[in-house]
Design a protein around this ligand. Structure first.
Ligand code: NAD
Length: 332
């Protein structure tokens, strides 16, 4: 098969090169350019194309040209498919596939890492080490995971993986989801939202962002949470009211937060600053707090996940070209 992968990055290219090596009959070519009306002609003589979420393919011309080049399959290497105009995709008979779960464990493990980092006060010990201070102050006395109650909101792919990990570590796991998955009942006790909020020592959020979840953790919830609870948000920033979080941390209503996502994360993520004053004020406050750990939406960013993004999209292209059904169709 001949595939052109747009929006290629060096980290994914490693796995494309491996695919080419392992599949001698295939010819997978890459470009760092995004798929646009200007670059679509590069797809001439290919069987299919693949894109990242970073492309912006609203333009009908892209779909029309792909069809005129005989391309019938566009494989997204990401979960989200909001960049696709499905009216045009369907009009030009373009199959869209995605990679819906490149690695739930990656996000689950990152959330656990943030929780353990805060629980065991590693921020304090790490800072001390760099100051060549190897004392053991009482302020850095820490806590153990196995006698904690972990509360999980959203028990889908990532929430379930999170629940399973904490259960394996001996923690009591309680959770809330609008849909109950009986397969989870071996390691999580389902309850209502308020009970999770009030009882969690570690509160881990794993719902999508929509009208039902936006701001789900705000002033009321912080007041109800345990004062020594940790909030772990690996899902979407706007699930949490940032101003209420800062106020709760200042008033010691909760003990800390591990944030892989922020409400306005595009203001600071994927950017390097010289001075903390360059950050928006609310993020200056969070960044200064020793009991807050922020990672730049990197929970998913593991070798396994990046490999799966490339390989699962190519697998579906191969299946379709071989006359099989794709594993992850979006518009079939
Ligand atoms: P999923 O669809 O498998 O699970 C989401 C779960 O949330 C479902 O079980 C659903 O029923 C539940 N839910 C929806 N609305 C709810 C509500 N109002 N209250 C309680 N539960 C509710 O999704 P997933 O693959 O587990 O991903 C979860 C989220 O993680 C994604 O939507 C995304 O925002 C985030 N995510 C973050 C990263 C990262 O790198 N930080 C990477 C991938 C996904």
């Amino acid at each position: 098969m001949k595939v052109l992968m747009y929006g290629m990055t060096p980290d994914q290219k490693i796995y494309v090169d491996k695919w080419n090596k392992d599949h001698a009959a295939d010819d997978i070519q890459t470009t760092d350019e995004q798929l646009t009306a200007q670059t679509v002609d590069k797809a001439k003589n290919f069987d299919a194309v693949s894109v990242m979420q970073t492309s912006n393919i609203e333009d009908e011309e892209v779909y029309r040209k792909l069809a005129s080049l005989g391309i019938k399959h566009l494989a997204l290497r990401t979960v989200g498919y909001n960049i696709i105009n499905f009216d045009y995709a369907n009009k030009y008979h373009l199959l869209i596939t995605n990679v819906p779960a490149y690695s739930p464990r990656a996000i689950a493990e990152n959330g656990l890492t943030a929780a353990m980092f805060l629980l065991r006060k590693w921020g304090g010990y790490f800072k001390q080490e760099k100051d060549l201070n190897f004392t053991r102050p009482e302020s850095l006395m820490s806590d153990e995971i196995y006698n904690k109650t972990v509360g999980i909101i959203g028990l889908g792919r990532i929430g379930s993986a999170t629940a399973e990990i904490y259960h394996a570590l001996g923690a009591k796991v309680i959770g809330y989801d609008i849909v109950k998955n009986v397969a989870n009942e071996a390691f999580v006790t389902y309850t209502d939202f308020d009970t999770v909020i009030k009882n969690a020592d570690i509160l881990s959020l794993h719902t999508p962002l929509d009208q039902s979840t936006q701001g789900m953790i705000g002033t009321k919830q912080f007041k109800e949470m345990k004062n020594d609870a940790l909030l772990i948000n690996q899902a979407r920033g706007p699930l949490v009211d940032t101003a209420a979080l800062i106020a709760a941390l200042k008033k010691h209503e909760i003990a800390g937060a591990g944030l892989d996502v922020l409400a306005d994360e595009n203001q600071i993520f994927m950017k390097k600053f010289d001075n903390i004053k360059q950050l928006p004020e609310d993020y200056q406050e969070l960044a200064k707090m020793p009991n807050v750990v922020i990672t730049p939406h990197s929970a998913y960013y593991t070798k396994t996940a990046v490999q799966n993004m490339a390989e699962q999209s190519l697998t579906d292209i191969k299946r379709v070209l071989n006359g099989q059904k794709p594993i992850f169709p979006v518009n079939l």
